[in-house]
Write a new protein. Structure first.
Length: 402
């Protein structure tokens, strides 16, 4: 049994012991100390363990944790408002015991540990729902009662990179991990009564496919929710956004990351990615038909132009039209070697100018409402600090395809 599984199993056993045994009972003390030892063992191999609990699933960093048969604590944690769990710094028993007692109180319907008390008491454990919070003076996450974590999206970025590597190297399509990423991003969109769109700004252009995939997934999920999609359908659109460019893993890196304009041969190569992506999704997963259609159609415009060339007259799938708008919006906002990224308002105006030709007019109107009614938070990859939206720059289109 791997260390993450042993730790989660021991947490479940400790919480059960807190429920069934009175204070001072040796079985209760043994369960708490055994779980603490499992946490120390994991920390010896991983200085910053992170777990996420979503819809009953548990993920460790960017991989779903398999082998937790009959372990239903993930769903219980979610019901108690605990969607993420992190260990930072030097873990001590008192902190670990306090964490277990607080979780047990939540699971039994009691009050969460007082917010003020949590902020006044340093701890090496952070847990709660996903939210946007500032770091404290020591650089550790302030352990808030309802949202104890700063949102860095590190796990989500790592997951997308891992998914791309799996497809590139092993020709495998890790659909469960893609769905877990989208569920995590969906949590990040909501902050109190406000919709927050956490968009990544790349540092180096060779990170573009990773950041772009995450951003389109965020935009697509929020857009689908605005359109009235049920939560599971909205996340399905998010998965389509996350995987819409998966065909680019088959494109030579020197073509994909070329800093200037593509020559005709290079453009023909890059324009193969919708067909390649659809083929990958169809061949590797029976239940990814919608994502395959979106991957194939996301560069086919409403007026019939774009690529791949249509051989018979039919309109694109509604999901493809949704992703098209999200795809182009993020591409226009992204800094490129040959032009600066547009401010969101300018990018939105560009899309509105193409309503009825490139894009479905009614969907453009709805997307404008999403962007104007949301808080855009743009952060650089690798940095937990949010940056200002991209500044004004050269608004010319050109260079590599989106």
């Amino acid at each position: 049994m791997s260390d993450p599984i042993r730790l989660l199993t021991s947490i479940g056993q400790a919480l059960a012991a807190l429920r069934f045994y009175a204070k001072g009972h040796p079985a209760r003390d043994r369960a708490l100390h055994a779980s603490f030892e499992e946490a120390l063992d994991l920390l010896s191999a991983d200085p910053h363990p992170r777990f996420i609990f979503l819809e009953g699933d548990a993920a460790y960093h960017h991989l779903l944790v398999h082998g937790l048969k009959e372990w239903d604590w993930g769903a219980r944690f979610e019901a108690a408002g605990i969607q993420r769990l992190e260990f930072r710094g030097d873990l001590i028993y008192e902190d670990y015991e306090r964490f277990l007692f607080d979780v047990a109180d939540r699971l039994n319907g009691g009050e969460a540990w007082d917010n003020v008390a949590r902020q006044m008491t340093p701890t090496s454990i952070a847990y709660g729902s996903v939210g946007f919070h500032d770091e404290d003076a020591d650089g550790l996450v302030a352990p808030l009662a309802t949202a104890g974590l700063i949102l860095e999206l590190d796990d989500e970025i790592a997951a997308v990179e891992w998914i791309h590597d799996e497809v590139r190297q092993h020709r495998a399509m890790p659909v469960a991990e893609a769905e877990a990423v989208v569920r995590s991003l969906a949590l990040a969109i909501h902050r109190d009564s406000q919709v927050v769109l956490p968009l990544l700004q790349l540092r180096e252009f060779d990170q573009y496919t990773t950041t772009h995939s995450c951003n389109v997934a965020v935009l697509a999920t929020a857009f689908a929710e605005h359109l009235g999609y049920a939560p599971d359908h909205a996340r399905a659109l998010g998965v389509c956004g996350l995987l819409h460019d998966i065909g680019k893993v088959a494109i030579p890196l020197d073509v994909l990351t070329k800093p200037g304009r593509l020559d005709p041969q290079e453009r023909r190569i890059i324009e193969q990615h919708p067909t390649e992506g659809a083929r990958m999704l169809i061949e590797r997963e029976r239940n990814m038909d919608l994502a395959a259609v979106v991957a194939y159609e996301h560069h086919r415009w409403a007026d019939g132009r774009g690529y791949p060339t249509a051989h018979f007259g039919r309109s694109c799938h509604h999901a493809s039209r949704v992703i098209q708008i999200c795809d182009v919006f993020d591409a226009l906002c992204t800094h490129r070697p040959y032009r600066s990224g547009m401010p969101p308002a300018v990018a939105l105006a560009e899309i509105e100018a193409e309503a009825g030709s490139h894009f479905n007019a009614s969907l453009v109107q709805a997307f404008s409402m999403v962007i104007n009614g949301s808080a855009l938070q743009v952060m650089e990859m690798g940095s937990p600090e949010f940056q200002s939206p991209p500044g004004h720059g050269n608004n010319r289109r050109g260079g590599s395809a989106t």
